[in-house]
Design a protein around this ligand. Sequence first.
Ligand code: GLN
Length: 532
Amino acid sequence: MQTKFVFVTGGVMSGLGKGVISSSIAKLLQLSDQKVSCVKIDPYLNFDAGTMNPITHGEVFVTEDGGECDMDIGNYERFLNQDIPKSHNITTAQIYSSVIEAERRGKYLGACVQIIPHITDEIKKRIRKIAEDENLDVLLVECGGTVGDIESLPFLEALRQIKVEDGSERVIFVHVTLAPSIDAVGEQKTKPTQHSVQELRRIGIQPDFLAVRSTQPLLEKTKKKIALFTNVALKDVISCHDVDSIFMTPQNLYDQGIVDSIFKKFAKVGLVNASANWDKWNAIVNSMNSKDEKVNIAMVGKYVSLADSYVSVNHALKHAGGKIGRSVSINWIDSEKLDDINQLSNFNGILVPGGFGIRGSEGIINAANFAREKNIPYLGICFGFQLAAVSFGRHMCNLENANSTEIDSETKYPVIDLLPEQKLVSDMGGSLRLGANQIKIKENSLASKIYNSNLISKRHRHRFEFNKEFLDTFEKNGMVFSGESDDGKRMEILEIPSHKFYLGVQYHPEFNSRPGFPEEAFEAFLTVSAQN
Ligand code: GLN
C-alpha cells in the first residue's frame, strides 16, 4: 500500500485553529472509509511537551504509551476516536538527538553532517515509518509554527522533499491562513494570506488548498482574489469561518467540496458511500449542541488563567453533558485566590484537576474539605486525588498538618509521598509514572458501579502517590480505597461511601474521554451533579 499524505502548514499567525482544521480533514477522510492517522510536528527544542508550563503552552496530553505530547494529539484522538501513539508527536529535539547519536556511533563516517540531508532524512524517515507501520491510506502531518519561522524550516523542507520524491498525486499541502476584517464595513482582507503563501512558495511549496480563517464566511470576491494571487484553484480556497462548536468544522469543510477535491488530487476512483458513518458522527455532533439547562461545575485549580491548560478535562465534561442531555458551565476558580470558600456552595459539583507544586495547594485542600463537609459532588483528578487525601487526613483522621511531601517535605504525616522508584530519579523530563496501567477495582464500590468492571486501564502522569502506611487509619475513618494497581502497591481510587459522590482518582480519566463516549467517572460525576 502506498500511503498518501496531507501536510498542513500554518500562515500569518499562531492560534488560528490549525489543530482543529487538521483533525477535521482527517475526520472527513476517516468518514470516507480511509484508514487515517495524524502526526504533529513541534519545531521547538524541548524533547517533548512534558517540561513546558501549561499556562503558556496548554495542557500536556498523555498517550496510552506514556508520551507527554502537544495538546493537538488530544484533538486528533477525540475527533478520530482512536488512540495516537507518542511517535506521532515529532519535535526538533528528537530529530537532532537521533542524528547526533548516530554521528557519534559513526553512522556517517567521513561525511559532514548537515541539516540537509541528514536532518531532513531523519524527519522523512519517521513520517514514512509511521505510514508504513500502521498501513495507512492517508497520514495527515500538521507542522507547528508559522511559515517564516526559523525553527520549522527543516521540517517544511522535508515535507517539500516528500512531495518531490513520492509524486504530486500522493501529497497534498493545505495552508491555514487568516482573512481579517478590521474596518467598520467588515471588508475581508487578503494581503496576510497573499504574503503568507509567498513565503511558502519561496521555500518551494505551492499549497493545494487554503483553509482561510475568518469571522464571517469568506465572500466569493474574497475567495477569487485569494485564488488569483496564490495560484490556488478557486474551489480549493476554503472558508473556515467561526462556527459554534469545533465539531461543526468537518461539515463546514465537507460542504465546500474538500473531500471530492482531495480524492481527485489523490486520483482515487470510485465514490465512497459513507452515509452510515455520517449518521453516527452527526448524532454525536448533535448531542454536543448546547442545551438550555446547565450544570454548574466549579473547576478549582492552579492553571486557570489559560482555558487550554485543562482542555481535555473541559472536553470530557462536555462529552458527559452531551450524553446526559445537559450543557455544562465550567467556572474557573483560582485555588490561590480562594478566600471565600463558601462561594463553592453555588455550584452543582466541584472538580479538582491535576497540578504540581506548592502554589495554590492550600486552596485545593480547603475545596476538597468543603465538598466533603457540604456533601457537594466531588471529582478529584491526580493532584485532586492526592489533596483530597491530605484534607481527609487533616480533618477526619486527626493528622495535624498532614501533607504531600511534594508540598511539605518535612511534614509529620506524609500521607502522599514520592513513588519509591522515583527516589533515585533526578532528570525531570519524561521521568514521571506515565501512560496506561491496569487498575483492579473493589467489588460493591462506587468505582465498580461507575465502571461496571473489576479491571480498567487508565493513563497516568505523576510522581507522588498515597502512602500506604496510612491506609488503615483512613479506612477506619470512612474512606474506601476502591482501586489499586501493581499488585496492591498503589492506591488509584478513593471514595467516601457516606457522601453523595466523592471520588478521587490517581489517574487521568480525561484523556480517555471522546465525543459520544464520555469517560465513565465524568459521566457519573456530572449525572450526580445535575441532580444536586
Ligand atoms: N504533582 C502530583 C504528582 O506528581 C500530581 C500530578 C498531576 O496532577 N498530574 O504526583
